[in-house]
Ligand binder design. Structure first.
Ligand code: BGC
Length: 288
């Protein structure tokens, strides 16, 4: 007999579409963004703050950068704290959540964003390169999502804050779909994120917890500098992007704000591709 893994949220959920609150759309919500000291995470954390959320900025290296993000968020008139923790370390994640709950009282939004690449030809890939990527990109999302779900289930829905009992946004990649030679560890981790996100979404939707993913394409961040920082590299990259421009971190941040808000209340277990058309098989625009 199948087990029922999660208990019902404590508040009776509505059965019709919600009446949406006035802007800012995330007012009163508490958000945690992992890997928020740079790149996509940084932009997401700032955008959530601009949308009214109090934001915890997780990072593992770069204290000064994290403090700068905290400062930018506070300037929007909301609360922000920096939380240093390696998301692949269970004890560190538990300690981070304990601190978040002490400071903010609860969590309404998790953006599981922390991720890295350790690229290598497959025949030369070390176990360390493999494990580092899987541990941070996949196990890190599992650990952070598990802790968030536990708090969502404990608290349930607070109608004055949101019509759902919590939101998780898993930062994935176009490489959850597009195979990537020379990056087998990374593509494997993102393929895992896709099914982690979908399985969790299916499991906790009855408790009105919404889990979704964002699959960025080529975004101008430190993770892929070599793909855009020279004209030759940029032009080569554009052969893969029908829309004809690189993505900016803010392109992803806007999608994250929407997925975190009640505006996307009926969006459950979906991956939003924000990729300028990279997943449209651009090679087939003129061939096939
Ligand atoms: C990777 C980037 C890459 C992009 C498109 C991302 O997930 O982190 O390095 O440029 O996918 O290929």
């Amino acid at each position: 007999m199948p087990t029922t893994p999660a208990k019902p949220a404590t508040t009776t959920a509505a059965t019709t579409a919600p009446q949406l609150p006035a802007h800012p759309v995330l007012a009163g919500q508490k958000a945690l963004v992992t890997g928020a000291n740079s790149g996509i995470g940084r932009a997401v954390a700032i955008a959530l703050g601009a949308a009214g959320a109090d934001v915890a900025v997780n990072y593992v290296v770069g204290d000064a950068e994290a403090q700068e993000v905290v400062g930018e968020i506070r300037a929007k008139g909301v609360r922000a704290i920096a939380l240093k923790a390696d998301v692949s370390d269970e004890a560190a994640v538990e300690a981070m959540y304990a601190q978040m709950l002490r400071e903010f009282g609860t969590i309404d939004v998790l953006v599981a964003n922390a991720g890295l690449q350790r690229d290598s030809a497959f025949h030369q890939m070390t176990v360390a390169q493999w494990n580092t990527v899987l541990n941070v990109n996949l196990t890190g999302q599992f650990l952070c999502a598990r802790a968030a779900v536990r708090e969502f289930l404990r608290r349930g829905i607070v109608p004055s804050v949101s019509c759902s009992a919590g939101k998780i946004i898993c930062m994935s990649s176009v490489h959850q779909t597009i195979p990537w030679a020379g990056h087998a560890n990374y593509a494997t981790s993102k393929g895992g994120v896709k099914l982690l996100m979908e399985s969790l979404a299916q499991e906790v939707a009855p408790q009105r917890i919404r889990v979704n993913g964002i699959a960025p394409g080529a975004i101008r961040t430190p993770i892929n500098t070599s793909a855009w920082d020279t004209k030759e590299a940029y032009d080569r990259l554009m052969t893969l992007v029908p829309y004809g421009r690189i993505g900016e971190p803010e392109d992803i941040a806007r999608a994250a704000v929407w997925l975190a808000s009640d505006h996307s209340d009926y969006v459950v277990g979906t991956t939003l591709y924000v990729d300028g058309g990279m997943t449209l098989y651009p090679g087939f625009a003129t061939g096939g």
